[in-house]
Design a protein. Structure first.
Length: 126
């Protein structure tokens, strides 16, 4: 069960929905998350009251079409699984949306079972 935060800049609502769908499909295919385990926070910044900053790092040019994807999940996936996940997310986004590959920026945070509560003030994984 991942928690996925997706930040974009001035993206049409239908496109943002397609981004969320593409990312969920990629996580299901690459890591094996159940399709119904969809916990996403999609934020569309307007460039005035909220915006995104990006730079050129590792000689990868970025522009205002950047999509920041922040994935929190329990630890235990291999480096190869993560490589496959990054590739699948990028592939799905470029196939199903107008996001360019150079604008797919992903960061993963891993934690333990004790770090999750899904409701009722309980630690369901413990």
């Amino acid at each position: 069960m991942p928690l996925v935060r997706i930040d974009v800049l001035r993206m049409p609502p239908a496109e943002l929905e397609a981004v969320g769908n593409a990312i969920q499909q990629a996580l299901t295919e690459s890591i094996g998350f159940p399709p119904d385990d969809r916990f996403q926070i999609l934020t569309n910044h307007d460039g005035v009251t909220g915006t995104l900053r990006h730079g050129t790092y590792l000689e990868i040019p970025r522009d205002d079409g950047i999509v920041y994807i922040d994935i929190t999940m329990r630890r235990g996936r291999t480096d190869e699984q993560k490589r496959q996940m990054y590739a699948q997310v990028c592939q799905r986004l470029t196939e199903k949306t107008r996001v360019a590959p150079h604008n797919v920026f992903i960061v993963v945070h891993e934690n333990r079972e004790a770090d999750w509560s899904f409701g009722h003030g309980q630690a369901q994984y413990l």
